[in-house]
Ligand binder design. Sequence first.
Ligand code: UT7
Length: 312
Amino acid sequence: MNVGILGTGHYVPTKVMTNKDMEKIVDTTDEWIRTRTGIEERRFAEDGIDTSDMSYHAAKEALKEANISPEEIDLILVATVTPDTPFPSVACTIQDRLGATNAAALDIGAACAGFVYGLVTATQFVKAGAYKHVLVVGADKLSKIIDWEDRSTCVLLGDGAGAVVVGEVGEGKGVLSFELGSKGSGGKDLLQNKEGFMEMNGREVFKFAVRQMPESTVNVVEKIALAKEDVDYLVPHQANIRIMDAARERLGISSDKMAKTITKYGNNSSASIPMALSESVKNGNIKDNDLIVLVGFGGGLAWGAAAIRWGV
Ligand code: UT7
């Protein structure tokens, strides 16, 4: 059975914070942030909007695009490291709000790789014949864990959510291969500290990411007997434009063939990939039959990639 993405959706908070706004909070400059990260502005959730609210809106859009009713969802997976509460899970909260009365629900924690982990897990359930439709959301309200005294991390992060509906697709389409991996020994380099804030050894994570992204991308295309030249569009985790460009250049992929939402949204952890995917579908950068690769890495350390032949 071919299993793929039937619809995409995303939610972008309306509160914009530019680099100039960040200059008023920490000792930084617009110039440093732009040149070192590629970020120009980021979005933060409005007061009273939590991870489940953003997830709900992204999910609604994905269901609409997929033309699937809430009752037809068998399972909801929400990738997040900033749930409203550890329990009830975000997945259960949106199960109720969507009216997905037939769905099982759980959250997945694999940080910036979480959405790819969710997508791959969903695909297996459908391939096995256990479920027909799985809703996969990647959502994070990173503003909850920003250390406003740490200029090396606070300028990077933003809030948002993205979602997809996974189900059966036509011959040759869908998720063709994947790779998931972890290296817990590197967990100390990117974590939530005792104060509850995100803490990162930026240089170590940078080195890891620059190696991992192209390697995982090549691995997933080689698994289906294709080559990096066959990739039509790359949707990488949006952590730093320099990491993304280094990976892209190693793969020989031109700049117009890579999603770059980081400029407007910063790093949204679990939400970066599904937001970038949904935007790329809506703005026509991803077309029917394109070979796309989603690739993410982050806290854990954990990483994941998936090669998808786009379309239903
Ligand atoms: O999604 C999870 C995965 N996360 C990532 O992939 C992030 C990976 N890492 C990075 O993107 C980069 O390492 C950072 C953007 C975090 C930092 O960039 P960098 O080029 O590696 O800078 P650095 O840490 O080597 O710091 C260079 C200088 C330092 O000053 P000194 O020690 O050279 O005087 C920092 O204190 O830049 C300084 N610096 C800043 N200056 C102005 C760090 N943050 C800032 C800032 N504004 N916001």
